[in-house]
Design a protein around this ligand. Structure first.
Ligand code: PMP
Length: 377
């Protein structure tokens, strides 16, 4: 058996030890004689797996007790519709708009989709920088009538990450102190500690830093489930399986949840705890990113175009100065066991995604290969 260094942006590499455990338990989970995939989601075995995954995630992210953790389906793009359907009517029940900051491809997609449900105000956009920066918070034009503010705190394609926690009371005054902030954290959730209490809703697809595609995780502050009248804040047309209130009330068991994804995510949570939790992960991730960015900045042969303060620790897009060498670069990388480095078609070039499961040795091997390629050309 040989394993490669897999730089895919998602579905992405998982810790080998997790895959080994899943393989060992595939046919017979803990003496039950069946695979987790074959269990009823309402049986006590799976309920135990589910409860443990919830408890471990709550511990890892220090999720406050007034937040529900939901395990649902629909992925990141599903949330682009699920969020406005659940939240856009606001506390009063008759709001119909939201604000968004556009920092790249994924927030642009969120903007497009949410527009189908109400008015979306672009509070700020980094389009003028070619999506290489997070617009300064003081420049965001927030709208008092908006039910929430939507952010994508790590742009997987553009490689732009928020390295600050928005504090709207500070940047925009007391009138905005309670504006709910919704964050798409699909590609950096669990890469470092985050102050969950500063966000009203955090969501992410699992397939980058958590587990297999098909599982979506949402952390939602409980008061957002209801409007002032004490009934569901969701639009009546919101599908029941995507209604946060129904999901919360049924502990994500309103319908059949993505059971195998929850099981693998649970193993990843245990692995993260064994690594020392999210503070330790952050140090590991900073070390890897510093090595790669440090090299990129030391040469003109390659370039990362993102503003230094806004560079993603997870997704590192880079370009060869001579793009005619792209195919040769990728071929050599493949032969060296460095896989899935091709950049997203939206921006081209290369991209190295270095999520939690990427060991330092993988980034070292990449930098060694890049140096050798530079010498050879
Ligand atoms: N948001 C972000 C930040 C993403 O990286 C992705 C997927 N790459 C999505 C949303 C869309 O996720 P999905 O494909 O699960 O719908």
């Amino acid at each position: 058996m040989s394993r490669v260094f897999n730089f895919s942006a998602g579905p992405a590499a998982l810790p080998q030890i997790v895959l080994e455990q899943a393989a060992a338990e595939m046919l017979d989970w803990h003496g039950t004689g069946m695979s987790v995939m074959e269990m009823s989601h309402r049986g006590s075995d799976f309920m135990g797996i589910h409860a443990e995954a919830l408890a471990d995630l709550r511990e890892l992210l220090a999720v406050p007790s007034n937040y529900k953790i939901l395990f649902l389906q629909g992925g990141g793009l599903g949330e682009n519709a699920i969020v406005p359907l659940n939240l856009m009517r606001g506390k009063s029940g008759n709001q119909n708009e939201a604000d968004i900051v556009i920092t790249g491809v994924w927030s642009e997609k969120s903007h497009q989709e949410a527009q189908r449900y109400g008015a979306m105000n672009i509070a700020a956009s980094a389009a003028d920088t070619g999506f290489t920066a997070v617009p300064a918070i003081e420049s965001w034009k927030l709208n008092q009538n908006s039910a929430y503010l939507h952010l994508c705190t790590n742009e997987t394609i553009n490689g732009v990450e928020y390295h600050f926690t928005p504090d709207l009371a500070k940047s925009h005054g007391a009138a905005f102190a309670d504006m709910p902030i919704v964050a798409d954290m699909s590609s950096h959730i669990l890469s470092r500690p985050v102050d969950v209490s500063k966000y009203a809703l955090i969501y992410g697809g699992a397939q980058k830093n958590i587990g297999p595609a098909g599982l979506t995780i949402a952390l939602v502050r409980e008061d957002l489930l209801l409007n002032e009248a004490g009934t569901s804040r969701a639009h009546p047309m919101c599908p029941s399986v995507f209604n946060y209130k129904l999901l919360a009330e049924s502990d994500s068991m309103y319908n059949t949840p993505p059971t195998y994804g929850i099981y693998i995510a649970g193993l990843v949570f245990k692995w993260l705890k064994a690594q020392g939790g999210l503070k330790a992960m952050e140090m590991h991730n900073r070390t890897k990113a510093a090595l790669l960015y440090g090299y990129l900045d030391s040469t003109d042969f390659y370039a990362n175009r993102v503003n230094k303060a806004d560079r993603s620790l997870m997704n590192v897009p880079f370009f060869l100065q001579d793009e005619s060498l792209n195919a040769a670069f990728l071929q050599g990388a493949n032969e060296a066991g460095l896989k899935q480095l091709k950049g997203h078609r939206a921006i081209g070039g290369m991209r190295a995604s270095i999520y939690n499961a990427m060991p330092l040795a993988g980034v070292e091997a990449l930098v060694d290969y890049m140096k050798a390629f530079e010498r050879a050309h």
